[in-house]
Ligand binder design. Structure first.
Ligand code: SF4
Ligand code: SF4
Ligand code: SF4
Length: 253
């Protein structure tokens, strides 16, 4: 890698909020711009370069034409990082995967449905090999800065493998379950400093599942706190749909 690595940002199906968080991070850490060259970043600049070592990809793959573009990025970059829940998990775009695709297309596009080639939403790891993920909706800006520094120093990006509950307890929050709310913190990967419970809301799972989550136990807890099976499914579908459907496919053999 050259003394001043070239970095590129790309977006697929997403709200672009993670790229906005990158811009925020660069404003608060302008020193980063002294040590990298950003050659492509549609949300922030008009120049476009296709010579880069590190590619950050935001957004999920939702149509066949996304695939060759992602593969071309993979061919050019030494390192590819999935940026945010859409790229990491399919994100909220993957909610559609629980429904009949023709119904979804009809609902969204009406009588123009045939104009759009959209298909089931996938995380980018299912299209190209990736080197790391930065979870979250949006990503955590401190985690982005730490990750970029790690890559520039030739180290691997480290993300927590323990649940949000650990960070929540360290912050000495009162558990939202004790306030009549529900929370996916026990099965969700930490790294956001338990921001939602800290401000009084339950975790919605945007950073994805921890390794070996006890989903059955969590469903039991949700049931004991008043959620019916439909409400539980809805809660598990917002960000975790792709991962839970993957697990269901394995369980079904
Ligand atoms: S992960 Fe969330 S903030 Fe980031 S692009 Fe997707 S929807 Fe937007
Ligand atoms: S509020 Fe959520 S994250 Fe915090 S301890 Fe309770 S279940 Fe865990
Ligand atoms: S608490 Fe849960 S939903 Fe909120 S940012 Fe963290 S992982 Fe995402």
């Amino acid at each position: 890698m050259s003394a001043k690595p070239k970095v590129a940002f790309f977006d697929f199906t997403s709200c672009e909020g993670c790229q906005l968080t990158v811009i925020d991070s660069l404003q608060t850490h302008p020193e980063i711009l002294d040590v990298i060259d950003i050659v492509c970043f549609r949300e922030a600049m008009s120049e476009k370069g296709d010579d880069y070592q590190i590619a950050f990809i935001e957004g999920s793959c939702t149509r066949p034409s996304d695939e060759p573009v992602m593969k071309a990025i993979r061919d050019r970059a030494e390192l590819v990082v999935a940026l945010g829940a859409c790229a990491h998990l399919g994100g909220i775009n993957a909610i559609r995967n629980r429904f009949d695709l023709d119904d979804v297309r009809q609902y969204v596009y009406g009588d123009k449905a045939e104009w759009y080639e959209t298909y089931q939403a996938r995380p980018i790891k299912d299209v190209i090999p990736i080197d790391a993920v930065l979870p979250g909706c949006p990503i955590d800006r401190r985690e982005f800065v730490a990750a970029l520094k790690a890559l520039l120093q030739g180290r691997a990006i480290q993300i927590p493998d323990y649940p949000v509950c650990v960070e929540c307890k360290l912050k000495e929050n009162i558990c939202v379950y004790l306030r009549g709310k529900t929370c996916l913190g026990p099965i969700t990967r930490a790294g956001c400093d338990a921001i939602c419970p800290t401000y009084g809301d339950g975790c919605e799972g945007c950073r994805g599942l921890i390794p070996d989550p006890n989903i059955d136990s969590l469903k039991q807890i949700l049931s004991e706190h008043g959620l019916n099976p439909e409400e539980t499914l809805a809660k598990m579908t917002l960000f975790l749909n792709y991962q839970t459907m993957e697990r269901e496919a394995v369980d079904d053999g």
